[in-house]
Design a protein. Structure first.
Length: 145
């Protein structure tokens, strides 16, 4: 399977930013963990992190032309604000799983709203960075039927 893992704003600061919510694993360690998991399963994976909403939209659109079969996305703060990301995922019809490192459902009220969720085949929250691996499992299950 050809996968794209997209990370939104501030995720490049993993390990530095609010370790009580996001843990001490840094962004490079996260990418290495996902890469190892995909290598073990025989999946091709590419990564994008951006603090800019338009760059995330561009990556989702490009995934269509690159024949990506599944997207794992942590939209971060754009989860709660971006209709543009929702529309991009709906536009390309690529199975997408939303991931959040923290348990957003137990955090501030504004974090309870996810625009992108309605275009996703699943959501994983509160499992730390292992949630990315569970999101990949969810994409596998989607294709397995």
């Amino acid at each position: 399977m050809k996968l794209l893992v997209i990370n939104g704003p501030n995720l490049n600061l993993l390990g530095i930013r609010e370790p009580g919510h996001y843990g001490t694993e840094n962004y490079q360690q996260l990418l290495e963990k996902i890469q190892r998991y995909c290598d073990e399963k025989g999946h091709e994976v590419s990564f994008l992190q951006s603090n800019h909403e338009g760059a995330l939209v561009d990556a989702i659109q490009q995934a269509y032309f690159d024949k990506v079969e599944g997207i794992v996305i942590n939209p971060a703060a754009y989860t709660h604000t971006s209709v543009a990301l929702l529309d991009a995922v709906k536009s390309v019809s690529i199975p997408t799983v939303e991931i959040h490192i923290s348990k957003v459902e137990e955090r501030e009220d504004f974090r309870q709203v996810s625009f992108i969720r309605q275009a996703c085949i699943g959501t994983v929250t509160g499992l730390g960075t292992d949630g990315y691996l569970r999101a990949i499992d969810r994409l596998e299950a989607h294709y397995a039927g």
